[in-house]
Ligand binder design. Structure first.
Ligand SMILES: [Zn+2]
Ligand SMILES: [Zn+2]
Length: 399
């Protein structure tokens, strides 16, 4: 048993002051008035954590993350997986979804194997837990590959993705909706219960509707590597047609995500996303690459064998033509940015980094909020929302 007290408990919709949170058997056993809990008999034998006025929030959940601290999940080794997972735990993430990129089938399968092994062997010192893999590349649209290696991109290959799905670790699957074979990909992923997402895509509204009918429910990094009215106009001519943007804004069953690192999207876009999409269907994702926690310099996106090169200036990744190459920060920075750059309250910003992503992957019964019966994956934050401590099932993570 362990009792956290004298902190500000971050619930999914409000802050709770003067409360205590009790952990028993790795789960949240009780949340209630501190005075009542601390005045019970036999309390002196229980381990107590004085939060000294800090916030106590649920551990962060990251649906889209490529690596950190020099490692990319596509390196395909156990060391690389744990290295990145430990780095993210220091930034408050307790559950993440290692994300594939474009690359050879052999590279993708090595990554899936490494993540499966890491999940089996996991202990607290290994850092963030793997909730599942996000099968993201290689099925990107040729004109929306972004910073990823073009050689590693292809249209969906049924035999390849069936084999990948059979590893049993994938929980999220991305494919550009306009590709030949996309609908079959979505149907297969849907039958396996994954969160299905459309990304790196120049899909029209109509193509999104077909994808939606096949089970697609999410769009990767809103405004980045996705269609707009003007790109659809270039692709399909007049009359102007709606795009992925309108599809997400109009359809209440769709969710999406923003890379709120303060580098990808200006405050006006973050505020627009918060107002128009809302904390119930907008997730914060780091999309972090291996340059997170590393000095400025040149790094590879994807496998260290055949990944595409990009540069980090210590604030963001970018490629030669000026395009952004995803973030180099942890989830703590994203939560801080949403609070600073949008009208989101602290519970709302944290909900977008916890309960909303957990719900989208069907894990809200287990994690994502501070509620009796859920796993005690916790993060302690100072008044500026910097991470002070991270706990997995009530046990503290230490490097
Ligand atoms: Zn991307
Ligand atoms: Zn990405």
């Amino acid at each position: 048993m362990r009792i956290f007290f004298n902190g500000r408990i971050v619930l999914e919709d409000r802050l709770l002051d003067d409360a205590a949170l009790v952990v028993s058997g790795g789960k949240i056993a009780e949340i209630g008035p501190a005075e009542a809990i601390l005045s019970r008999g036999a309390i002196d034998k229980i381990d107590k954590v004085d939060l000294k006025g800090a916030y106590l929030a649920p551990g962060y959940v990251d649906l889209h993350v490529h690596g950190g601290q020099g490692a990319d999940y596509m390196d395909g080794t156990l060391d690389a997986v744990f290295q990145a997972n430990r780095a993210h735990a220091l930034h408050g993430t307790t559950t993440l979804f290692p994300t594939t990129t474009t690359g050879s089938r052999a590279c993708l399968e090595r990554m899936l194997q490494a993540c499966s092994d890491a999940r089996l062997q996991w202990s607290v010192r290994d850092g963030a837990r793997i909730g599942g893999v996000h099968y993201y590349g290689p099925y990107f649209a040729a004109d929306k590959v972004g910073c990823h290696s073009v050689e590693g991109r292809r249209d969906p290959v049924a035999e390849e993705y069936q084999a990948a799905f059979d590893f049993g670790i994938i929980k999220i699957a991305t494919c550009a909706a306009e590709l030949p074979g996309a609908e079959a990909f979505y149907r297969e992923a849907h039958s396996r219960g994954y969160l299905i997402t459309c990304g790196h895509s120049n899909a029209s509204f109509r193509e999104m509707q077909t994808a939606f009918d096949a089970g697609m429910r999410h769009v990767d990094h809103f405004w980045c590597a996705m269609s707009s009215v003007s790109t659809i106009r270039q692709r399909l001519g007049a009359p102007f047609q709606a795009s992925m943007e309108q599809f997400v804004l109009m359809n209440r069953d769709m969710s999406t995500e923003v890379i709120a690192d303060g580098q990808h999207l200006a405050p006006d876009l973050l505020e627009f996303a918060f107002q128009m999409i809302g904390p119930g269907r907008l997730c914060l994702v780091t999309d972090a690459n291996r340059a997170m926690g590393m000095p400025p310099g040149k790094y590879q996106f994807g496998s260290d064998e055949d990944g595409a090169w990009f540069e980090s200036d210590g604030r963001v990744g970018f490629v030669e033509n000026g395009s952004l190459a995803s973030s180099v920060v942890g989830m703590d920075t994203l939560v801080q940015t949403m609070v600073r750059d949008s009208s989101a309250s602290i519970p709302e910003a944290i909900r977008m980094a916890t309960l909303t992503p957990a719900s989208r992957v069907g894990m809200a019964g287990e994690i994502g909020s501070l509620k009796k019966g859920k796993r005690a994956d916790l993060v302690v934050l100072d008044s500026r929302l910097n991470v002070l401590q991270t706990f997995f099932a009530g046990s503290e993570f230490k490097v």
